[in-house]
Design a protein around this ligand. Structure first.
Ligand SMILES: [Zn+2]
Length: 344
């Protein structure tokens, strides 16, 4: 039967959408410069905290076009991935770097023939003396609004590690800039770094401002307290794998019609779902969960949305018809999609 193409990616980080071309260009531009200088104390401590992170810091002092992309993709745990991700943000130091990153991310999504993408953007990864928040928002708005090949919107991620107060303050600052292409807020980063309840004010402010809401919750298969999540005004859950440990939680998520942002390749490559263990996606499908397929970080995980479709069919043994349902789910769960994409 005719292959059904995926149409929308709702969980795709902007930084994780860099390309080989971006990395090579930036490495050539910055070889010989101290790329660690822009890390703030919290970021530096996150990298210095483990031998793996220390090695990444040393790599940033000796960049090479041949090895840098591979270095950012060599991790075996979720924590190591988060360190690689942070390290790769060092390649963005000036407004023109940030513009280049957005252009490349949109170009790649267009090459995948997607109709709609919500890029999750973590401003604190880029802010510096050279890149102020108004400059960052202006660039995002410009490229989102002028994208012709596909509809592009962005989600704010204040980075969980910085805590709830900082998240709320950042959202207020951004709302004062009245961005038009901002369609929602997310919450990424280390789930253990700050309890979800700290972010109640952040999510409520977003909701009252008409924005969609999502958060990375239960990414790994460890016991996770979903009770707070279920009290927050959340439209979607990023990953949500740990919900499978408690059928009542899955039932509650299904009953509230909260969509799951499933990221299969990401989960395998970070070992959030270890090799050998079945991915919860098959059981969630059977439970009637509203599933969407997403890439998370196509550069770091070397994936595309089409690749995620193939992984999904392998994990679940379902047929192509299921992809239509997933596309419907994505369109329904999208925060700013008002018309049906044309290539369904
Ligand atoms: Zn993510």
């Amino acid at each position: 039967m005719k292959q059904i193409q995926p149409v929308a990616d709702l969980h795709r980080h902007l930084l994780g959408s860099m390309t080989e071309h971006f990395v090579t260009t930036q490495v050539e531009k910055y070889t010989g410069k101290d790329l660690t200088a822009q890390f703030n104390p919290l970021q530096r401590a996150f990298l210095e905290g483990t031998p793996f992170g220390q090695k990444l810091l040393r790599h940033l002092a000796t960049l090479s076009p041949e090895t840098t992309a591979g270095r950012f993709r060599s991790f075996s745990t979720l924590h190591e991935f988060l360190q690689c991700y942070l390290a790769s943000s060092a390649l963005v130091r000036e407004p023109e770097d940030f513009s280049f990153l957005i252009q490349e991310a949109i170009r790649e999504a267009a090459a995948e023939q997607l109709s709609y993408v919500e890029f999750t953007v973590s401003p604190t990864l880029y802010l510096s003396d050279a890149i102020s928040l108004p400059v960052l928002v202006e660039l995002l708005e410009h490229y989102c609004q002028t994208s012709e090949e596909l509809a592009v919107r962005w989600l704010l991620d204040p980075v969980r590690n910085r805590g709830g107060e900082a998240a709320l303050a950042l959202l207020r600052q951004i709302l004062n800039l009245s961005p038009q292409a901002l369609c929602g807020v997310s919450l990424a980063g280390d789930e253990r770094a700050a309890p979800l309840e700290e972010f109640s004010g952040y999510f409520r402010l977003a909701k009252s401002g008409g924005l969609g809401t999502t958060a990375h919750i239960g990414e790994g298969l460890e016991e996770t307290d979903f009770s707070v999540a279920l009290e927050l005004p959340l439209d979607r859950i990023g990953h949500g794998n740990a919900s499978i440990l408690c059928p009542m939680i899955v039932d509650a998520i299904v009953a509230k019609e909260i969509a799951y942002e499933v990221c299969l390749t990401s989960n395998r490559k970070t070992a959030a779902v270890p090799d050998g263990a079945p991915h919860p996606v098959a059981a969630l499908w059977k439970a009637g969960a509203r599933l969407t397929l997403n890439t998370d970080d196509p550069f770091h995980f070397e994936t595309t949305l089409q690749n995620e479709v193939e992984s999904f069919l392998t994990e679940t043994n379902l047929s192509q018809e299921a992809i239509s349902a997933l596309n419907e789910n994505a369109m329904h769960a999208a925060f700013a999609l008002t018309s049906k994409p044309s290539n369904t």
